[in-house]
Ligand binder design. Structure first.
Ligand SMILES: [Zn+2]
Length: 65
């Protein structure tokens, strides 16, 4: 199974590493204290959100965009 962590960064092609961030770091109104799993680029710091993380956000958040 291919996960976000197996893919290169879509911004710069760098390697992604697994990282967890607190929901409040996203600046979102997230009704969960659960740390969120993200794929963070080692090179440029771009964050990519795995499907499971997006599902969590969708369940707890109203995006401002
Ligand atoms: Zn990158």
């Amino acid at each position: 199974m291919t996960s976000e962590f197996d893919l290169p960064c879509s911004a710069c092609g760098g390697d992604l590493r697994e990282a967890t961030i607190e929901s409040h770091e996203l600046g979102l109104q997230v009704e969960t204290e659960m740390p969120l799993l993200v794929a963070e680029c080692r090179t440029c710091g771009e964050r990519h959100y795995p499907e499971g993380t997006l599902a969590t956000l969708r369940g707890h958040t109203s995006w401002e965009s």
